[in-house]
Design a protein around this ligand. Structure first.
Ligand code: HEM
Length: 406
């Protein structure tokens, strides 16, 4: 029985004992330490229903907290669909789709087959030089600083600059892109809608240009590609470009934030990476395992039972990848960073058909950033009296991260 009059109502088919009023967008403990807060939910519930909506829609969600259940849902796209859950285009009265995340099989696989080679380890090797250059330029600019707010100064612009390169867009658009990104991903209402329009208009111009002037970039590739024996429509090219914007910026920014927060709080580990840079790629994997940032969503396509709870067709699910690789059932001392851990695998890039296509690019970005900071800049720690705050129901992000150089 719900007693709080301010709590949104759960639909009648949800058993009262499974209702936990957890608000991804307003929970104080989540804001103070999202990873710990999600762990505490898992300690008490294998699955629960929160009547608080998580995204743009107004519906509550089932939350699954164990690795085995999260994996099972993400690997079953027939029962748990991804399509139609991210109404970006609808918000501006259009109907293109984010490709490929907002598609379901079999169409999803056609687009993955098209895009996979573009993001393969081999293709991403060609981005290596640009990534290293950006990491070095941006750290060189900090050499005389005594302190820095890591989020606006490094973690946000760095992946934006790499995204611009990937899409063949001019670097002088950087400031505009950062503003658009902040408005789309962290704002709501009119500001968010205006930013989606601004992004769409800008990209439409670029897509039109690439039809006439083919370049060596992702937009040119998409404009001249074929899927199922036909060329892509402008809407499909738009869906791919906006997807890279949504998928490849905030995720890297917030991942960097938690990795650097951890190293700022653990000087002995930071020093170890400085002394032994060869440990950095392994450290990136372990940090990715402990500090996952994405909670993704699915919609049940039929009535189904999972983790002992009955889900009805149309119910929404929230799957915190954050919890999957911190699950003590699958990994000892799962919530602790251990740089000597034998590779434990992790869920930071998801599971199943929608597993992150940008994982190879992301790994290169994270490794280059950590290498540049630990080889070119002095030791850093968290500025005194700072309490880092997090927000975000889809991608958890630090709002700011003031660091002091020693
Ligand atoms: C540390 C950084 C990143 C993290 C933690 C991350 C995480 C994820 C996760 C968990 C998914 C699965 C979503 C789902 O199942 O609903 C995903 C999908 C995706 N990611 Fe990433 N991502 C990162 C970086 C990137 C980058 C750099 C790009 C590209 C530029 C990218 C592009 C995509 C795309 C296109 C998808 C959708 C794939 C599909 O639906 O088939 N991501 N990402």
């Amino acid at each position: 029985m719900q007693t709080d009059p301010f709590m949104p109502k759960a639909p009648p088919h949800i058993p009262a004992e499974l209702i936990v009023p957890f608000d991804f967008r307003g929970d104080k403990e989540y804001s103070n330490d999202p990873h710990k807060r999600l762990d505490s939910l898992r300690d008490h519930h294998r699955a629960f229903y929160t009547p608080f909506p998580r995204g743009m829609g107004g519906q509550g969600v089932w939350v699954f907290t164990r690795a085995e259940d999260i994996r099972a849902v993400l690997k079953d796209p027939q029962t748990f669909a991804s399509g139609g859950l991210r109404p970006f285009a609808k918000a501006i009265g259009e109907d293109w789709t984010l490709i490929p995340v907002d598609l379901d099989p079999p169409i999803h696989s056609q687009f993955r087959t098209l895009l996979n080679p573009v993001f393969s380890p081999k293709s991403m090797k060609s981005m290596e030089l640009v990534i290293l250059e950006r990491a070095e330029e941006m750290t060189t600019a900090l050499t005389d600083q005594k302190e820095v707010d890591f989020v606006p100064v490094f973690a946000r612009p760095y992946p934006v600059s790499i995204f611009l390169e990937l899409l063949g867009l001019p670097l002088d658009g950087m400031e505009d892109f950062i503003e658009i990104e902040e408005n789309i991903l962290q704002n709501s209402g009119d500001a968010q809608i205006a930013a989606i329009r601004q992004l769409r208009d800008y990209l439409a111009g670029q897509i039109d240009d690439r039809r006439r002037n083919r370049g060596d970039d992702l937009i040119s590739f998409a404009v001249h590609a074929e899927v199922a024996g036909r060329p892509l429509t402008d809407d499909e090219v738009m869906g791919i470009c906006v997807m890279m914007f949504i998928g490849g910026l905030d995720t890297v920014t917030s991942t960097l934030g938690y990795h650097f927060l951890h190293l700022a709080r653990h000087p002995e580990e930071q020093q170890r990476l400085r002394n032994h840079p060869s440990l950095i790629p392994g450290a990136v994997e372990e940090l990715l395992r402990v500090y996952n940032v994405v909670t993704t969503g699915r919609r049940a396509t039929r009535d189904v039972e999972i983790a002992g709870v009955r889900i009805r067709a149309g119910d929404l699910l929230a799957l915190p990848t954050t919890l999957a690789s911190r699950d003590p059932n699958e990994c000892p001392h799962a919530s602790e960073v251990d740089l000597d851990r034998e590779s434990a695998g992790h869920s930071a890039f998801g599971f199943g058909p929608h597993r992150c296509i940008g994982s190879h690019l992301a790994r290169r970005e994270l490794t280059a950033a950590l290498t540049a900071w630990t080889t070119r800049l002095p030791m850093f720690r968290l500025k005194e009296a700072t309490i880092p705050r997090s927000s975000g129901s889809g991608v958890i992000a630090l709002e700011s991260l003031p660091l002091v150089f020693l």
